[in-house]
Design a protein around this ligand. Structure first.
Ligand code: ADP
Ligand code: TRP
Length: 333
């Protein structure tokens, strides 16, 4: 039996280049590794915590499904599915809640951050916190444990969630005997945090993102808006800036070296932005074209998902049967 690699992304808005260079690119590389059984999914029930509108849910799910495929996910090689089509996830989530100490959830970074903000603002510590936010890590543990996952490729910000999934699997196994595979995170330490157009971390919540599939006009406009210093066009420029960070992401090594030289000699910011647009556009165009084709033929994408969902459910049913047996509940009759 092959070991399982599994990862998911929440559909919470158009993916940006921070998501791409931070997690998607590496997840796609992993998806090509035939040593493993690979599960890639859309974590739509995780998105429910921030999406409270049916139209947004539909739109972002569609965009994310097309993003995975446009970035190179091959549904012949991996199981590609939506979390919401695997009801066994939610049954396992409930069972896992009953072995998870409350204290573990109290320590979750995302929950603690909200509490901290509330305390600073002099509000009730749990102001605006619902149980979906509080139990988020248990749902994520269910996603992971349902498919006997060994490795979970994620960004650094998800490390604690995978550690919690590991703890929860161990709590369960300790009480009921070995039933659930204990997972490990797979973190690329060297993926830097991609900076946003304003110099802070790129994030949808800051509105400083470069969307992965912005059309050429929008891409040019966003690049021309990157903050730069006020040095004169002929003055040497430091490569320690947002613009050069993007040149490093999109440019080949030769291009980076050539641009570093031009920065040292003195290049106008306008010319540097023009160059960046050219290399970013050349990099993104093939993916953008594929993305647009998938968006226009979404029925085909849905068929691919349905195929993945059918296979994923068979595995999910096997795990649930094993878990029900362990806890002393009858199988489905
Ligand atoms: P956002 O902050 O824009 O809402 P998400 O929280 O939806 O992004 O992130 C989805 C995934 O993309 C996460 O696993 C996260 O690690 C990764 N990611 C998000 N922003 C960045 C960034 N600026 N640099 C690197 N990785 C990022
Ligand atoms: N919480 C992850 C994120 O915000 C998404 C996610 C949900 C996930 N379930 C998962 C990632 C299981 C890996 C494995 O990015």
């Amino acid at each position: 039996m092959k070991q399982v690699v599994l990862t998911g992304i929440k559909p919470t808005g158009a993916p940006h280049i921070g998501n791409y260079f931070g997690v998607i690119k590496r997840a796609i590389e992993m998806s090509q590794n035939t040593e493993y059984d690979r599960f890639y999914f859309i974590a739509d029930y995780h998105a429910l915590n921030s999406l409270k509108n049916a139209d947004d849910m539909k739109k972002y799910y569609k965009e994310l499904a097309c993003t995975w495929l446009a970035c190179g996910l091959d549904p012949e090689k991996v199981l590609f599915y939506r979390q919401s089509q695997i009801p066994e996830t939610f049954e396992l989530c409930w069972i896992l809640m009953n072995v998870t100490p409350k204290g573990l959830m109290d320590r979750a970074h995302a929950y603690k951050a909200v509490v901290q903000e509330n305390e600073t603002a002099g509000k009730d510590p749990d102001d605006g916190v619902n149980m979906g936010l509080y139990n988020y890590p248990i749902l994520m543990a269910a996603d992971i444990l349902l498919f006997n996952t060994k490795f979970v490729p994620v960004g650094k910000d998800q490390k604690q969630h995978v550690e919690m999934a590991r703890d929860i699997a161990k709590y369960f196994n300790k009480k009921y005997g070995y039933t659930l595979v204990v997972p490990n995170e797979m973190i690329e330490e060297k993926t830097a945090t991609i900076v946003g157009l304003d110099g802070r971390k790129m994030s949808k919540s800051y509105g400083n993102q470069l969307p992965l599939f912005a059309d050429e006009v929008a891409l040019k406009k966003l690049i021309s808006g990157i903050k730069t210093d006020s040095s004169l066009p002929t003055e040497p420029k430091s490569t320690d800036c947002t613009l050069f960070e993007y040149i490093k992401l999109f440019g080949t090594e030769e291009k980076q070296a050539e641009m570093a030289k031009r920065f040292a000699e003195g290049i106008s910011w306008a010319d540097a932005k023009k160059e960046l647009f050219e290399i970013a556009n050349a990099y993104l165009k093939p993916m953008r074209d594929r993305y647009n084709r998938y968006m226009e033929n979404f029925e085909d994408v849905e068929l691919l998902l349905q195929k993945g969902e059918k296979q994923a459910r068979e595995i999910a049913r096997e795990t649930i049967a094993r878990v029900r047996k362990a806890i002393g509940v009858d199988e489905f009759k």
